[in-house]
Design a protein around this ligand. Structure first.
Ligand code: FCB
Length: 444
């Protein structure tokens, strides 16, 4: 590492993140079926049809995982609560084991001096709600409010922060237009509805949490920078702007400005639910912070065919195991854009950043210099943004553990800690050890 904690402003927080379905093991503890189980059981959707039934068995090994976080010297643990574990039917009777699990987990964080940063929904929609139309059904805002009330009624009193929904773009566009994630739809009307309802559900959850007296509430948006494949071709420039509008500006603009970009309405307006304009009062509930998940940028070219009329082009930059280009500069640009345009008065956190690498255990050691270089380069851009006046307050790494990388199964390794998916043994990688040193506290 080319930095230590002392190179950041006093009080700047570091953290690591995971999510429930990706690590817990959904086969345990009375969790209900989720749309990810159905998606994974459908041939062709997920590499080797792998699912989250066992994952990292965090459900039983959580004390060891929290010890790893404590020993890493991070301040924040960003985790998520599974809707299907808490309410196996999606609504109605809670699963007491599920509530007890999150209760113990939060206490375990506090005992180890970790700040619990909860995300309510990181994609494991209860199957009974998917059967009722899932994110396409406007009722999901009410179902989600009920889940929020149930889980936050139990753990909300001890959280450091809470955010309703991880990555609205993935929940809606990736899952209903591109079909790459559960429920695997490819339908423009379903997409438009999911995009709007995910923001409505976000707003309702914020209202519920305010009502319960919770504070430090935020929103977590995933952002991807779009550059035109040929900057001299106006059609490519327009296509990149459309990509940016769909991916980034729709969600940030909806939540912070209360409107959707014209480039998106051009394609989706006929498919939005009636009266969508009236929902902005709920969608724009004031927040206390904004979280940015950032991994990569894309090169976009115009393509023939219906809206959105664009395609991705291979870029020239070095790539991670995901095939994603490494472009730290775009993290800086996004922090500055959010600070200057969308949320000028709010603290900003990088709530996810990290890379997948084909890490191999050799002689008991995992050397991952690529990950160290990636983190170094992105943290340098964070310092640059702070120097240029952005109110950036923290940086959270994806991920603590190698885990279930959705449609790509267990093959893509994002962890600071290696997991052997046969024995479930955890082995900290070289990047973990370097971070542990860089994050030592003064006098610690
Ligand atoms: C993000 C997700 C997270 C993980 C990383 C690689 O989009 O929030 O669950 O899959 O990407």
């Amino acid at each position: 590492m080319t930095w230590t904690r002392n190179d950041f402003p006093e009080g700047f927080l570091f953290g690591a993140a995971t999510s429930s379905y990706q690590i817990e093991g959904h086969g345990m503890g009375g969790a209900g079926p989720t749309h990810w189980d159905s998606f994974a059981a459908t041939p062709g959707n997920v590499v080797r049809a792998e699912d989250g039934a066992r994952a990292c068995d965090h459900y039983t090994r959580w004390p060891e995982d929290l010890d790893l976080l404590r020993d890493l010297n991070v301040d924040i643990y960003r985790f998520s609560t599974s809707w299907a574990r808490v309410l196996p039917e999606g609504t109605g009777t809670p699963n007491p084991e599920g509530l007890d699990f999150y209760d113990r987990l939060v206490d375990g964080m506090l005992e180890r001096g970790l700040k619990p940063a909860a995300t309510l929904y990181h994609w494991e929609l209860p199957q009974p709600l998917a059967d009722r139309g899932g994110w396409r059904n406007r009722d999901i805002a009410g179902w989600f409010a009920e889940f929020t009330e149930t889980i936050m009624g139990r753990i909300g009193d001890r959280l450091w922060s809470a955010a309703p929904i991880n990555e609205p773009w993935c929940v809606s566009w990736l899952s209903h237009f591109e079909g790459h994630h559960a429920p695997g739809m490819r339908d423009i009307r379903a997409t438009a509805r999911a995009m709007h309802h995910v923001l409505l559900a976000h707003g309702r959850a914020i209202e519920v949490m305010r009502g319960l007296g919770l504070s430090n509430l935020g929103g977590v948006f995933n952002l991807e920078w779009a550059d035109p494949a040929d900057p001299d071709n106006p059609a490519d420039v327009a296509a990149a702007a459309r990509y940016d509008a769909i991916y980034n500006r729709f969600f940030l603009g909806g939540v912070f400005q209360g409107h959707y970009p014209a480039e998106v309405l051009e394609g989706l307006e006929p498919h939005l639910p009636q009266g969508w304009q009236d929902d902005f009062a709920t969608i724009t509930q004031p927040l206390d912070w904004v979280g940015l998940n950032y991994y990569t940028r894309k090169l976009i070219a115009a393509a023939p065919g219906p809206w959105p009329g664009l395609t991705e082009v291979q870029g020239p930059l070095p790539k991670t195991q995901m095939g994603w280009e490494v472009c730290p500069e775009a993290l800086y640009r996004f922090i500055m854009r959010v600070a200057n345009t969308h949320a000028p008065d709010l603290p900003i956190y990088v709530t996810e950043n990290g890379m997948a690498n084909a890490d191999r255990l050799q002689g008991g050691v995992i050397d991952d210099p690529e990950r160290l270089a990636y983190l170094d380069a992105h943290l340098a851009q964070c310092r640059r943004a702070i120097a240029d006046g952005a109110d950036l307050r923290g940086y959270i790494i994806w991920s603590l553990l190698d885990n279930y990388e959705w449609a790509l199964g267990y093959e893509k390794r994002f962890g600071l800690v290696h997991v052997d998916f046969e024995s479930l043994k955890r082995t900290p990688k070289a990047s973990y050890h370097a971070l542990e040193r860089a994050l030592r506290r003064k006098g610690g």
